[in-house]
Design a protein around this ligand. Structure first.
Ligand SMILES: Cc1ncc(COP(=O)(O)O)c(C=O)c1O
Length: 444
């Protein structure tokens, strides 16, 4: 693959207008890092340096970069019909995509609402859960239980159920009411260096029973958790934990929402984490890998009973919710093409066959300086470091920068490095990822 032809040269002034998301803008603009081109497992910087993508962009490019089938499908759709209004009107690709998603979702989850992002999927799912109980005449069910260290996007609903302090702090007076939080499941003291699902912590699920009793279960609408909490540094559920959560939800008639924005589309070794962990939620939220990251799109997949509940009222609009770009034709084309690739290339289950090699490779870093935990599941991995006193995140940010200098893109979150490569990766890529990391860590 040849490097990009034109190198971008942006001056400090050129960088100013763009207010970058979840970025230390001043630090970044003093020392910018640019990506200019992508193909397969790689990015290239505008000056032609090849970067191995160990994070699938941001947990989304599951089939690798620059997939021609997706480009062609999007181009064809734009030439045929650029936009169609989604309210009181439809287009064939939206229905086809909903059917394709139904076919890979756990049995019983068979109706799909389209959004444009993970954040919108979460807010949509919360609105569906609250409205569902009300329509059924169970209007007292207004509370939501989520979990510490959960990430559910940045809109008001997702922020309110999110369990990450800095993401909520400035808006603490404006969060939606009636949310309570389960304890997170991260327990380095008992579970450090676990391979796959850790052995300790099943009892933490019982806190749901305690919280439900405390609030009175008949006031709770839903529980929302990520099967694996990604954004706070890959917190893998203890063995049996999600099953126990499901049982307690059933006992108290609480809807269970799995936020599968990162665990969806093959990341864990099955189409969704739900199938991998053998637990069927009532609602799944997705985004990211849905279109292989090419076009913004999200989805909310719900059980038939939920959809049917909405369909029972008087004729007319059943759910006063939707986005101008719900089921955008271009996004539908990208998603259908991406699902086609996942299907043809076996990518929805490939993580399972690569998982052992990945696991051995990541755990070979044990003993590196300051490394206090290594964890993995499917094609997900995390390295957790002892923080530098008084400087949280500084050590891993240094690792992140050094990796980038050495041609490797990883993700830094606090004192944790997260890895989530495209699912097409080969063993040689795994070797390169961990050889680079070993070199960087050796010199910490
Ligand atoms: C579990 C989870 N939910 C929701 C979101 C929000 O998705 P988006 O950034 O597309 O709004 C993310 C993003 O990383 C996520 O990991």
């Amino acid at each position: 693959m040849s490097p990009p032809a034109a190198a971008a040269s942006l001056s400090r002034t050129d960088l100013e207008a763009y207010w970058m998301p979840f970025t230390a803008n001043r630090q970044y603009k003093a020392n910018p890092r640019l990506l200019g081109k992508a193909q397969g497992m790689h990015y290239w910087t505008p000056d032609g340096r090849q970067i191995l993508d160990a994070v699938a962009g941001l947990w989304c490019v599951n089939a690798g970069h620059g997939r021609r089938e997706i480009t062609e499908a999007v181009a064809k759709q734009l030439e045929t019909m650029d936009y169609a209004p989604p309210f009181q009107m439809g287009h064939p690709a939206a229905f086809e995509l909903a059917n394709a998603l139904k076919n890979i979702a756990p049995p019983g989850l068979d109706h799909v609402f389209f959004t444009n992002s993970g954040s919108e999927s979460v807010d949509t799912a919360l609105k569906i859960a609250l409205a569902y109980h009300r329509i059924r005449g169970d209007a007292a069910r207004t509370k939501i239980i989520s979990r510490e260290r959960g990430y559910h996007g940045v809109n008001f609903g997702g922020m309110s159920v999110g369990g990450i302090g800095p993401n909520r702090k400035l808006w603490s007076a404006s969060l939606i009411p009636g949310v309570d939080y389960l304890p997170h499941t991260h327990d380095i003291e008992r579970n450090a260096f676990s391979r796959g699902a850790p052995a300790h912590g099943l009892e933490l699920a019982d806190d749901l029973d305690k919280l439900a009793t405390f609030h009175d279960p008949s006031t709770i609408a839903a529980v929302i958790v990520e099967p694996i909490a990604g954004s706070t540094g890959v917190l893998i559920p203890p063995q049996g934990y999600l099953k126990r959560i499901r049982e307690i939800c059933d006992k108290h008639e609480l809807l269970l929402i799995f936020d599968e924005v990162i665990t969806g589309f093959g990341r864990t070794g099955a189409p969704f984490g739900a199938q991998e962990f053998g637990v069927t939620p009532d609602i799944i939220t997705g985004a990211k890998g849905l279109t292989n990251g090419c076009v913004p799109m999200g989805c909310v997949i719900v059980k038939k009973d939920i959809y049917d509940t909405f369909m029972q009222g008087p004729d007319g609009i059943e759910f006063f919710h939707g986005y101008t770009y719900s089921a955008h034709p271009m996004a539908c084309a990208a998603a259908s093409a991406a699902l086609g690739i996942y299907e043809r290339e076996g990518l929805l289950t490939r993580a399972k066959s690569m998982a052992r090699y990945w696991e051995d490779a990541i755990h070979s870093l044990k003993g590196s300086p300051h490394l206090i935990d290594i964890r993995n599941y499917g094609l997900i991995g995390a390295l957790e470091f002892e923080p530098i006193p008084g400087k949280p995140g500084a050590r891993t940010f240094d690792v992140y920068l050094k990796c980038f200098e050495k041609g490797l893109l990883v993700r830094q979150t606090g004192d944790i490095l997260a890895l989530s490569p495209p699912l097409i990766l080969e063993r040689t890529h795994v070797d390169q990822i961990f050889t680079t990391l070993r070199e960087v860590l050796r010199n910490l």
